[in-house]
Write a protein that binds this ligand. Structure first.
Ligand code: AMP
Length: 318
């Protein structure tokens, strides 16, 4: 549950600024983007005179939000920057994040970097959009269909369709609230879940590349650029390969390590059903949630170091 003082503080801070920039984490997902766009809609619907800019990359695209083109140094210097779904200052997808007047953090990650002057953080929330919905409810703010649709994108994807551990009564309350705001479930699910044949082919291929540890319930897929570049898929679609190792009784920790064009490093998406894998992720240039974390490696040889730490985690020796 969100802290009501923090929620009131967010409204007060928004009221105090004319110019508001909303930034999310690099390589955004539906939760990051849904939080940013949903928040923008809520601010504009309730405070119509504000200027609100969403910045950074558009999900699944190499383009930035057009709002960013309207910014200049003068606007940035007077602006409130609201960050959504990002725990570390360095991962905020906004070049001029150091030049704003004030930063307000809205998040649902475990707190590792207290970079903002104020915050609204609930690390028990399954999605950042859940935090934003609860803020709107707490402050009696109007939420239109567009805002609700964006917020639902985050709620349904970060909860794995209400499947993951942190899904709770509050998650369903938020979903119910968003339905009251007029969202169209069929449209949302068609947009999210209708599959592309190329992606399905890739996922089957990826499963065939999996390495299963013989002594520990750990599996991973090593994905080089050559493995994925001819599959006609985006980097986000490459990353979906992590899901092919989930839901298997014998595998309790799993990850993919893939060569990324975005960061020129090896990105790791690490998952578990019950081990605190974020403790391993922070040791390998990463972080995230207890059961879903990310990390970065300099080369594929470092997979072995990661495996050493994961085995220690299983043995309770980390
Ligand atoms: P991903 O595997 O990219 O879906 O990330 C899982 C979770 O870990 C998300 O909440 C990310 O925000 C977080 N995460 C991913 N990579 C990093 C990183 N390098 N540092 C900190 N957090 C990360």
């Amino acid at each position: 549950m969100i802290n009501s003082k923090q929620a009131q503080q967010l409204t007060k801070t928004i009221e105090a600024y004319q110019k508001i920039i909303i930034a999310k984490h690099i390589a955004p997902d539906w939760d990051a983007q849904g939080s940013a766009l949903g928040l923008k809609e809520i601010i504009l619907a309730n405070f119509p005179k504000k200027e609100v800019y969403v910045v950074g990359k558009v999900f699944n695209s190499d383009k930035n939000f057009v709002d960013e083109e309207k910014l200049n140094p003068e606007i940035i210097a007077q602006a409130l920057l609201i960050t959504v779904d990002v725990a570390n200052f360095e991962r905020i997808d906004f070049t001029f994040k150091n030049d704003v007047k004030e930063v307000f953090k809205i998040d649902h990650h475990l707190e590792v970097d207290d970079f903002a002057s104020h915050k609204l953080v609930d690390d028990k929330a399954i999605a950042c959009t859940q935090v934003i919905v609860q803020w709107a409810q707490a402050c009696n703010l109007q939420v239109n269909k567009d805002a609700a649709t964006n917020l639902y994108f985050g709620l349904i994807t970060d909860s794995g369709r209400f499947l993951y551990n942190k899904t709770n009564q509050e998650t369903f309350n938020c979903a119910s609230f968003l339905m009251d705001c007029g969202i169209n479930l069929q449209e949302i699910y068609d947009k999210l879940y209708l599959k592309k044949l190329d992606v399905e082919k890739w996922l089957h291929h990826a499963f065939g590349m999996a390495v299963f540890d013989t002594a520990y319930p750990i599996a991973y897929i090593k994905i080089t650029l050559a493995d994925w570049k001819d599959h006609n898929i985006t980097e986000e679609e490459v990353k979906r390969a992590v899901s092919v190792l989930s839901g298997i009784r014998d595998i309790e920790i799993w990850f993919i390590a893939y060569e990324s064009l975005e960061t020129e490093k090896i990105k790791v998406s690490l998952r578990s059903r019950h081990y605190e894998i974020n403790r391993v992720a922070v040791k390998h240039n990463g972080g995230g949630h207890m059961l879903a974390s990310g990390a970065k490696l300099n080369n594929f040889e470092e997979i072995e170091n990661l495996m050493v730490d994961l085995r220690k985690l299983v043995d309770n020796k980390l």
